[in-house]
Design a protein around this ligand. Structure first.
Ligand code: UD1
Length: 374
């Protein structure tokens, strides 16, 4: 496509799974109005489809209704990725976008990037360059491959540039803009649902911990899942633990017959929460235990101590500058990090550079010039 044509064709923005929604919301808002408005359309692959995993986020975050929904649903990685690709190709032919914008590292990200790049349509990757260096994580494979075929790579922290340069990506394609997910956090803090409302009772005097678990490496193996839940029961002896359950985790607990480990009045299980409920719950928490990528960043932005139940993180700035401690799955290490937070010797942290609520405006300003929009 000649650069003159780019002005009149929209950018096709892609979302698929829950962690994409808080990233696309501020981008669509910046494209929709304001100084850097530009034509954009929204496509949902339908990777996540439940009310609690999907629709609620669109409403709360004011994301426009998708122009296109591929409705792929759940399947194995191969089938899900292939099905997104198969359904995305005719859409690209019909839409002829100026570029395809993908966010994060889910199967929808790589599937749509791959189809676009083979058709010669520029790919824009928001949240590029994060690396756990753990290829057992499906998201790591999605990140590495998406970055290889992206034309513009917007990064959230400076370490991402070094990762990308090491993989042979040209420096001029990489742009440090900050963290769009933290834009969403800034925009919504005032609207966060108070924890007492979500809990249906006053916040306990000694505070509470929040727990999230959904990574296959933590929940798909019964011995690992059992050990983690036993450790959490140990933590719940000292402080109530609030545990919103991802559908995958609920299914695995049932499959492995571990439901008895949830049978503890100090372990408060909840269904998957909406964004504003989760934000309020994290903001008021004494600490958060998680295997999520996004929550490591949100807790750093909120200044709430985070204990990451993984062996690595692709978001090292949350450890170097933020409130995050990466401990893995080992009971002793988790309990030691927990004790440090309870003693008040947890990490205070500071807000990383450009996590200031303006990342999407930086992206829109850049693309405005890049597209040559008048
Ligand atoms: C996906 C992302 C992961 C992200 C997570 C957040 C990939 C490779 N992984 O993992 O990076 O952190 O989303 O949630 O893309 N399910 C429902 N309803 C839904 C969606 C899923 O019940 O709306 C159940 C299904 O049983 C499904 C399982 O959850 O098989 C897993 O969903 P899937 O999208 O395959 O992966 P996630 O584990 O959610």
């Amino acid at each position: 496509m000649h650069s003159a044509d780019r002005q009149t064709h929209p950018i096709l923005c892609v979302v698929g799974a829950r962690p994409n929604f808080m990233k696309i919301a501020p981008i669509m808002a910046a494209f929709g109005s304001g100084p850097h408005a530009l034509p954009a359309r929204l496509l949902h692959t339908g990777q996540h489809y439940d009310e609690a995993m999907n629709h609620q986020f669109f409403e709360e975050l004011g994301i426009p209704r998708p122009d296109i929904n591929l409705e792929v649903g759940s399947a194995s990685h191969a089938v899900q990725t292939a099905e997104i690709m198969r359904r995305f190709e005719p859409v690209l032919d019909a839409e002829q976008p100026a570029a395809v914008l993908v966010v994060g590292d889910v199967n929808s990200t790589i599937a749509c990037a791959l189809v676009a790049s083979k058709k010669g349509i520029p790919v824009i990757h928001v949240e590029a360059g994060l690396r756990s260096y753990d290829r057992a994580m499906p998201e790591e494979i999605n990140r590495v491959l998406t970055d290889q075929i992206s034309d513009l790579l917007f990064i959230t922290e400076r370490s991402a540039r070094a990762n990308l340069l090491r993989e042979g990506i040209a420096d001029e394609r990489i742009h440090f803009v900050g963290n769009v997910m933290i834009d969403t956090l800034h925009h919504n803090l005032k609207r966060a649902v108070p924890a007492a409302q979500t809990l249906g009772r006053p916040v306990p005097g000694q505070g509470y911990a929040v727990l999230t678990l959904h990574r296959p490496s933590n929940v798909d193996h019964s011995d690992v899942l059992q050990s983690l839940l036993e450790t959490v029961n140990g933590i719940a002896l000292r402080i109530p633990v609030v545990f919103p359950l991802h559908p995958r985790t609920r299914a695995q607990i049932e499959k492995h017959g571990l439901g008895r480990l949830l049978d503890n009045p100090n372990l408060i299980t909840l269904p998957p929460l909406g964004y504003l409920q989760m934000l309020g719950l994290m903001q008021q928490a004494r600490l958060v235990l998680t295997d999520s990528g996004g929550i490591q960043e949100e807790t750093t932005a909120l200044g709430v101590p985070c204990i990451t139940l993984r062996h690595n993180t692709e978001r090292p700035i949350t450890v170097d500058e933020g409130t995050n401690t990466v401990v893995g799955q080992d009971r002793e290490k988790i309990m030691a990090a927990f004790a440090a937070v309870m003693d008040g010797s947890g990490k205070a942290g500071r807000i990383p550079e450009f996590w200031d609520g303006q990342a999407s405006q930086r992206i829109a300003a850049f693309l405005h010039d890049w597209l040559g929009v008048e």
